[in-house]
Design a protein around this ligand. Structure first.
Ligand code: FES
Length: 126
Protein backbone atom coordinates (compact mmCIF):
# COMPACT_ATOMS: atom_id res chain seq x y z
CA UNK A 1 0.00 0.00 0.00
CA UNK A 2 1.29 3.40 -0.98
CA UNK A 3 1.15 6.22 1.56
CA UNK A 4 -0.57 9.41 0.47
CA UNK A 5 1.69 12.38 1.00
CA UNK A 6 0.28 15.66 2.23
CA UNK A 7 1.68 18.16 -0.19
CA UNK A 8 2.55 21.69 0.77
CA UNK A 9 3.55 24.60 -1.42
CA UNK A 10 6.36 24.01 -3.86
CA UNK A 11 9.07 26.45 -4.79
CA UNK A 12 8.85 27.74 -8.35
CA UNK A 13 11.84 29.48 -9.94
CA UNK A 14 11.72 31.40 -13.22
CA UNK A 15 15.18 30.87 -14.69
CA UNK A 16 15.37 34.04 -16.83
CA UNK A 17 14.47 36.44 -14.02
CA UNK A 18 15.55 34.51 -10.93
CA UNK A 19 12.08 35.13 -9.49
CA UNK A 20 11.14 32.45 -6.94
CA UNK A 21 7.77 31.98 -5.28
CA UNK A 22 5.76 29.35 -3.42
CA UNK A 23 2.92 27.69 -5.32
CA UNK A 24 0.28 25.42 -3.77
CA UNK A 25 -0.26 21.99 -5.32
CA UNK A 26 -3.85 22.93 -6.19
CA UNK A 27 -3.10 26.13 -8.07
CA UNK A 28 -1.48 26.65 -11.42
CA UNK A 29 2.05 27.96 -11.74
CA UNK A 30 0.59 31.17 -13.16
CA UNK A 31 -2.10 31.63 -10.46
CA UNK A 32 0.48 31.11 -7.75
CA UNK A 33 2.64 33.83 -9.25
CA UNK A 34 -0.31 36.21 -9.64
CA UNK A 35 -1.63 35.57 -6.10
CA UNK A 36 1.68 36.78 -4.70
CA UNK A 37 1.88 39.73 -7.07
CA UNK A 38 5.01 38.32 -8.63
CA UNK A 39 6.20 38.66 -12.22
CA UNK A 40 8.24 36.59 -14.61
CA UNK A 41 5.76 34.50 -16.59
CA UNK A 42 3.75 36.45 -19.20
CA UNK A 43 0.05 36.60 -18.27
CA UNK A 44 -2.77 36.38 -20.77
CA UNK A 45 -6.15 34.68 -20.56
CA UNK A 46 -5.20 32.49 -17.53
CA UNK A 47 -7.41 29.80 -19.03
CA UNK A 48 -5.30 27.88 -21.52
CA UNK A 49 -6.49 29.76 -24.58
CA UNK A 50 -3.84 32.25 -25.64
CA UNK A 51 -0.51 30.48 -25.13
CA UNK A 52 1.44 33.48 -23.81
CA UNK A 53 2.27 31.65 -20.57
CA UNK A 54 4.13 28.88 -22.38
CA UNK A 55 7.04 27.60 -20.33
CA UNK A 56 9.50 24.73 -20.36
CA UNK A 57 9.89 22.75 -17.15
CA UNK A 58 13.66 22.52 -16.66
CA UNK A 59 13.61 20.73 -13.30
CA UNK A 60 10.89 19.26 -11.13
CA UNK A 61 7.47 17.90 -11.89
CA UNK A 62 4.00 19.29 -12.57
CA UNK A 63 0.53 17.82 -12.96
CA UNK A 64 -2.12 18.91 -15.44
CA UNK A 65 -5.09 20.88 -14.12
CA UNK A 66 -6.82 20.78 -17.48
CA UNK A 67 -6.17 20.12 -21.14
CA UNK A 68 -3.27 21.92 -22.81
CA UNK A 69 -4.17 23.28 -26.23
CA UNK A 70 -2.32 21.60 -29.09
CA UNK A 71 -2.51 24.94 -30.86
CA UNK A 72 0.06 26.18 -28.35
CA UNK A 73 1.95 23.07 -27.20
CA UNK A 74 2.50 20.20 -29.64
CA UNK A 75 2.91 16.60 -28.49
CA UNK A 76 6.60 16.83 -29.37
CA UNK A 77 7.01 20.02 -27.33
CA UNK A 78 5.13 18.49 -24.42
CA UNK A 79 7.52 15.52 -24.49
CA UNK A 80 10.39 18.04 -24.21
CA UNK A 81 8.90 19.69 -21.13
CA UNK A 82 6.86 22.53 -22.67
CA UNK A 83 3.48 23.34 -21.19
CA UNK A 84 1.20 26.24 -20.28
CA UNK A 85 1.83 27.71 -16.81
CA UNK A 86 -1.90 28.38 -16.34
CA UNK A 87 -2.76 24.70 -16.87
CA UNK A 88 -0.33 22.88 -14.59
CA UNK A 89 0.39 22.79 -10.85
CA UNK A 90 3.67 21.84 -9.19
CA UNK A 91 4.03 18.50 -7.42
CA UNK A 92 7.55 19.37 -6.28
CA UNK A 93 10.03 22.22 -6.58
CA UNK A 94 10.12 23.46 -10.18
CA UNK A 95 12.51 25.48 -12.27
CA UNK A 96 11.07 26.76 -15.53
CA UNK A 97 12.02 28.84 -18.55
CA UNK A 98 9.57 31.25 -20.15
CA UNK A 99 9.13 30.05 -23.72
CA UNK A 100 6.05 31.90 -25.00
CA UNK A 101 5.98 34.35 -27.84
CA UNK A 102 6.20 37.29 -25.47
CA UNK A 103 9.62 36.13 -24.30
CA UNK A 104 11.57 38.82 -26.14
CA UNK A 105 14.42 40.00 -23.97
CA UNK A 106 14.80 43.27 -25.85
CA UNK A 107 11.12 44.15 -26.12
CA UNK A 108 11.40 46.48 -23.12
CA UNK A 109 13.82 48.71 -24.99
CA UNK A 110 11.49 48.88 -27.97
CA UNK A 111 8.54 49.73 -25.75
CA UNK A 112 10.26 52.80 -24.37
CA UNK A 113 8.19 55.87 -25.06
CA UNK A 114 9.99 58.78 -26.58
CA UNK A 115 9.88 61.93 -24.46
CA UNK A 116 7.34 64.54 -25.52
CA UNK A 117 10.09 67.10 -25.70
CA UNK A 118 13.34 65.51 -26.79
CA UNK A 119 16.41 66.83 -25.05
CA UNK A 120 17.69 69.91 -26.73
CA UNK A 121 21.08 69.90 -28.26
CA UNK A 122 23.15 72.97 -28.50
CA UNK A 123 24.29 73.88 -31.92
CA UNK A 124 26.70 76.56 -32.86
CA UNK A 125 25.13 79.18 -34.99
CA UNK A 126 27.43 81.00 -37.21
S1 FES B 1 -2.45 32.72 -19.90
FE1 FES B 1 -3.43 32.21 -21.78
S2 FES B 1 -2.84 30.15 -22.11
FE2 FES B 1 -2.01 30.60 -20.15
Amino acid sequence: MQATAVLGPSSVCVVQTGETYACSPGESLLRGMLRLGRKGIPVGCVNGGCGVCKVRIVEGCVRALGPVSRAHVSLDEEARGYTLACRVAPTEAVRLEVAGRLNKPFSVARATVAPAHPPTTQTKET
